[in-house]
Design a protein around this ligand. Sequence first.
Ligand code: HEM
Length: 399
Amino acid sequence: MLDFELTRPPADFIDNPYPHYARLRERDPVHAMEGGGVLLTRYDDALAVYRDARASSDKKIEFKPKFGDSPLYEHHTTSLVFSDPPLHTRVRRLITGALSQRAIARMESDVAALVTKLLDRIAEKREIDFIEEFAAQIPIEVIGNLLDVPRAERGPLRGWSLAILSGLEPAPTPEMLERGNRAVREFIAYLEILIGERRRKPGDYESDVLTRLIQGEKDGERLTESELCHNCIFMLNAGHETTTNLIGNGMWLLLAHPAEMARLRAEAALVPSAVEEMLRCEGPIQLNNRRLTAPMALGGKDLPAGTSITIAIGAANRDPAQFPDPDRFDAARDPNRHVAFGQGAHACSGMNVARMEGRVAFSRLLARFPRIELAGAPERDRRVRFRGFRRLPVRVGER
Ligand code: HEM
């Protein structure tokens, strides 16, 4: 058995987790961790867990010691991603109803207009922090529009979202928990006002996620106040930092693979498959968790009911048994059945929204600037669950 703990990762793990994942996958694919849980690194084992009804997403037991009785506990145990049916089914139907392909096609023109505006600004400045001035701006707009949050009120959303999601790290510091709890409280205080206004003046039930969550299904139960608030917060968080990191990580991959960047410029039709490859190689979410409600055998090990399972998405996505030459970034990789969006009952409801954002961002960026290069040292976000950059200094040239 190898010595590896997610709570104390090796010093070079954040910069490059993949050799560590490869070692685990080859020698200890169902790795026992301190506290009794296991870490899965093989693609087939990850899929088996995602698709099995014995693998529960409910986190009420798991999060108690970590969060105690706190706003973070209430938030994370009420959001759909960390719950099982019936709450999960009800909330998921309300959300996915507003994310049809038709609805996404309607969002695309807003995204394209925003990207053009951002690129104009970048053209003037020449040197920018790609994360702050491009990658983060796009998802804020999309998610803000989905819940129809007035533009002038979107400022604090990213900070709240970062603080709340940081609480999910395998070993959060007391400061991270403090910031996370404060963010949940502030977020709820803000949402109470927004929800009150939307109740008085409802939006379009077909496209406004907040109106759908408030009104519930036409012939079904309504969400309680707490379910309503926490699932709004979840939605605002879910599509936010993840998509920022898809765009940031994607840029970094293209900078590190100039031949692939040139290939995309020459053949714009490859952008959608390049976005899939960005998701596979440097997925914004690296870990998902489940708890067994009944015994299950994985990789020749019998796991008892109650076992806590961590799926290493970044490891599954580089499993050579599923992806030939897995460490190679190949913009045209096909097939590419990565699990960056998870799989099964909880598979990301916003995956096609994120794909659209990535496609519009990269096709316009590459068409606009023939030259894009690093303008300083990138600064990584140093968390193990979320993979991305805090800063990515980039210089562009129009010739
Ligand atoms: C590149 C960007 C994104 C990535 C990598 C990503 C990844 C994921 C993953 C891995 C899950 C599954 C969690 C689990 O099974 O435990 C998930 C769930 C979810 N995501 Fe995303 N996501 C992204 C963008 C978005 C966007 C833009 C939205 C909303 C518009 C969104 C909404 C959701 C929702 C609502 C769930 C919960 C689904 C459920 O529990 O049934 N995500 N996401």
